[in-house]
Structures are given as C-alpha cells and as structure tokens.
Design a protein around this ligand. Structure first.
Ligand code: ADP
Ligand code: MG
Length: 280
C-alpha cells in the first residue's frame, strides 16, 4: 500500500506492502499530530508555547529535545537547536512556503539553556529553539516504527527517508539522491540538506536557513550534504550539522557509524570512506 500527502511544509510518501488502509491512516495521522506539537509556525504547538512561556509539559517535545541536545554535544555544537533566534534574524521567520525577499541578515547570538526533567522542559536565558533540523527525521523514525509492525516499509518525509526490511520486488530500496546518484539501502536512513533550496535574497547577498552557531549567520562552505545513518533523526541532524560546520560534525558521523557525501560551494564532491558501498 502507498500513501502520499503534504505535511510539515513538504511532500510525504509512505510505502508498506502489507499494511492495511487503517494503518496507513494512523501513520498519516501521526505525522499531522507531531507537526501540531513541534512546528514553530503553529502558535499552539508545544514548541511555540515553550518559546513563549519558557516552560511546558510535553512528553514528545522533551524526547525530541533530548535527542537534539545529544546531537549538539556529539557535534561539538555544529548542530544546535538553540539557534532559533538566529534563524529568524536571518529572515526565515515564517513557513518557507510564504517566504519572499527579506532585508539584510543580521546575526543573533542568543541561545537559551535547555533543562529537561521527565516530560517537563524549561528554557533558561534568552533565545528560541528551532527543531527544523531534526523534527522531520525524528517523525520519519516514528512513522517507520509504526508501519514496520506490518512488514517492510519506506517512509519519505520530503527527502528524509527511513527503510525497514527488503521491499517485495527487490533486494534493497533504491533511493535517488540529487540528480544522478542512487543509494541502495535495506535497513536504515538517508537525509539530505542543502543551502540551495531554502534560500532567499537578504540585503545584497543570499541568505539560507542553516546557521553556523559559531557566527550566528548562515553557514558558508558546503551547499549539499547526504547522510546515511541508522536512524532518520540522526541522518537529518547530521546532514544539517555538516553544512553548519563540517569539521566539528565529522567526528560525530564517525562515532555514529554514519556516512556522508558532500558538495563544496565550488562544486567539488567529497565523501567519507564507507559511503561508496551504498552508491549504485
Ligand atoms: P530541511 O528543513 O530543508 O530538511 P535541514 O534538515 O537541513 O533542512 O534543516 C534546516 C533547519 O534546521 C533550518 O531551517 C533551521 O530550522 C534549523 N537549523 C539551522 N541551523 C541549524 C543548526 N546549526 N543546528 C540545528 N538546527 C539548525
Ligand atoms: Mg532535514
């Protein structure tokens, strides 16, 4: 069975050959429920309430934040969900579907401390959280958990993809990345990140949506990244972290057994030692 729908500002595509219609409905409902809790573009979401009220009780938000804080530490701060104020300062202040040209991109260094205790989350100090670099991958994992109970499945949330088990008609899933490359995967996740799709005019330059936490401004260096990891939240966050600061992100990839293919802004491609075995 297959299912296509729009959520989280992107296209979703689910495939699970042995799933029932009811299970597909639940999977789609799960994505919509998670979006309503984690989107920074929904004033009533747990994330928006946390940024506004500085504390909130929400089990799901606390789980995602623990994952985000874990990736922040592993990447020595290249991935940092606390750059929310800098993302807005760079001009990404509404859903990308509504974003036009904005004025100059100033930096905003404010970053709150995140305190998680059970389901309760508190922000200390100024600044805002933005889960845009991890929430989609995390959701893909949750949907794959649900669908894989029925058998092999593929979950694609706007290019953040998890696969569980072989497809019925092949020995692995063939996943197109970029224009020409294909990745073959039986179990695991792939995510891509790019500064070229979500970019906009700012002042006399071009701004994009990935911040180098060191400078508080859109990162320079890489334009495209593809990461393969055991889970989609990791692939998603590490693909963003590589663009934010490749040197700090690379040890985290190694430690997580993840592989990457990256493109530099001069067009040059580079990949980690183990990436080749996934390319078809
Ligand atoms: P996409 O949303 O297009 O899949 P990414 O997965 O790369 O792109 O996520 C980019 C988003 O992550 C940004 O829109 C912003 O919400 C958030 N973000 C930007 N810079 C960072 C950073 N250094 N660490 C964590 N999240 C970031
Ligand atoms: Mg992503």
């Amino acid at each position: 069975m297959e299912r296509e729908f729009r959520a989280m500002g992107t296209e979703w595509w689910l495939r699970a050959d042995r799933a029932s219609m009811a299970l597909m409905d639940r999977a789609q409902g799960l994505v919509e429920m998670i979006e309503s809790r984690l989107s920074r573009f929904r004033p009533a979401s747990a994330l928006s309430r946390l940024n506004r009220d500085r504390c909130v009780e929400d089990e799901m938000l606390s789980a995602v934040l623990l994952a985000a804080e874990d990736v922040r530490v592993r990447t020595s701060g290249a991935f940092d969900a606390r750059v929310g104020s800098a993302v807005v300062a760079a001009g990404y202040d509404r859903s990308f579907e509504d974003l036009g040209a904005t004025d100059a991109a100033p930096s905003d260094p404010r970053r709150p401390e995140v305190v998680v205790a059970g389901a309760s989350v508190r922000l200390v100090g100024e600044g805002a959280l933005d889960l845009g670099g991890i929430a989609k991958g995390w959701t893909v994992d949750r949907v794959a958990d649900l669908l894989s109970a029925s058998g092999p499945c593929l979950v694609d949330g706007g290019g953040d993809i998890a696969v569980r088990g072989r497809p019925r008609d092949a020995s692995e899933w063939a996943i197109g990345i970029g224009d020409e490359q294909t990745v073959g995967l039986e179990h695991g996740a792939v995510a891509t990140s790019s500064t070229l799709h979500r970019c906009w005019r700012a002042g006399n330059g071009v701004a994009h949506h990935i911040i180098d936490p060191e400078t508080g401004r859109p990162a320079a260096g890489l334009t495209n990244t593809v990461v393969i990891a055991r889970a989609a939240y990791l692939a998603d966050a590490l693909a963003t972290a590589l663009i934010a600061d490749m040197q700090r992100a690379l040890p985290a990839l190694r430690e997580a057994g993840a592989e990457a293919l990256v493109q530099h802004s001069d067009g040059r491609w580079e990949m980690t030692a183990g990436m080749g075995r996934f390319l078809r």
